[in-house]
Unconditional design. Structure first.
Length: 363
């Protein structure tokens, strides 16, 4: 639990402590009236009935003080605007589910791609309200869906292509079925297309991935997260052919649609200025995402798993999910999602108990 206006709650606690200390320090006023003396008082106080009444009175005093303390604490917590309850998080995610587009800018047979797909195959086991999709440089491989069984199977099938390619590169002879699986998988994941007057750029791939969000032209009540992994630059500076999208155009598209772009760029292919990651990192920064460099050398993982380095990078991205950007431009975060239900419910229940207990005592 967290509090937006925690100074109010802190002030209430300080005030309560001060009142208790004052009550303990200041002596009670002396009784000046003359009491009528009674004989054999000890006989009266030793009666079982008297002891039972005294115990009930003391217990009622303790219970009343505890209920009043709980009521006061619930009131000042409510005034502090509580957020962060697990139930509030579930309600927030149900009302504003997250759409996750996995954007791959490298070959499907790359071991790093397999690690990425394996990571989200495992993640989908815990998904409840999220939608997930997968886009390659040329194709919408998995459209945005909540069919986790089908999506995880697709992710797993494409991730397995890396091991087949590694066996071929190592000179291992594959069966006809495995060769067909590899060939069909590569073809269904992406197309190799050459143009005479156009060359694909990373910005074009990001734009293609963004169009995979339903109604991407406008903001949505869904939280939109795009996770790109691949090369930071796929065209040569000497190539004068045009691309469809510029860096600024992609930034404008992402901001207009309320999409958070995250990127994991391959640092093992940054050979010089022609492979600079400055453009990609600026796009990520403008959308409030996270940019990281990743070198898969020496970080291999078993088939079906993801190496620890890549897992850490993806965990940090998933730990900072996007905010909700409504069509009117209003931004909603988990922290802005007030949830006073629990403390208010406690206050109401304690108030009812106090009323009932006082009525019983009066009888």
């Amino acid at each position: 639990m967290d509090l937006k206006w925690w100074p109010i709650t802190a002030g209430g606690v300080v005030a309560l402590v001060v009142v208790i200390l004052v009550a303990m320090v200041i002596p009670l006023p002396a009784v000046t009236r003359i009491l009528r003396p009674l004989a054999h008082v000890n006989r009266l106080t030793e009666l079982p009935e008297y002891a039972r009444v005294a115990r009930a009175r003391f217990l009622a005093l303790i219970i009343t003080a505890a209920l009043l303390l709980i009521l006061f604490m619930a009131a000042i917590i409510t005034a502090g605007r509580p957020v962060g309850f697990s139930s509030a998080t579930r309600n927030f995610e149900a009302l504003h589910p997250e759409d996750i587009m996995i954007c791959v800018g490298e070959p499907v047979t790359d071991a790093a791609t397999a690690g990425l797909l394996n990571y989200f195959t495992q993640q989908m086991k815990s998904f409840q309200t999220q939608r997930v999709g997968l886009t390659s440089p040329t194709l919408r491989v998995v459209p945005m869906t909540r069919n986790y069984d089908w999506a995880s199977q697709q992710f797993s099938d494409y991730a397995n292509l890396s091991a087949l390619q590694r066996d071929i590169d190592a000179g291992k002879k594959l069966g006809a079925g495995e060769v067909a699986q590899l060939t069909n998988g590569i073809t269904s994941f992406s197309r190799s297309i050459n143009y005479t007057d156009y060359v694909r750029s990373v910005e074009d791939i990001l734009a293609l991935c963004m169009t995979g969000f339903p109604g991407f032209e406008d903001k949505s009540g869904h939280r939109r997260s795009l996770i790109y992994m691949g090369y930071s630059n796929i065209r040569s500076d000497s190539d004068r052919r045009r691309s469809l999208y510029s860096t600024q155009t992609v930034k404008d598209m992402a901001v207009h649609a309320g999409i958070q772009i995250n990127a994991i760029a391959r640092s093992d292919v940054l050979s010089g200025p022609t492979q600079s990651s400055g453009s990609l990192s600026s796009i990520v920064e403008s959308t409030g995402g996270r940019f990281s460099l990743y070198n898969p050398a020496g970080t291999g993982a078993d088939p079906g798993n993801t190496d620890a380095t890549l897992t850490g990078l993806l965990d940090r991205i998933r730990d900072t999910p996007p905010n909700v950007v409504l069509p009117n431009g209003m931004m909603i975060t988990r922290r802005s999602w007030d949830y006073p239900t629990l403390p208010v419910s406690i206050s109401l229940a304690v108030a009812i108990l106090l009323c009932v207990s006082l009525a019983v005592l009066r009888r």
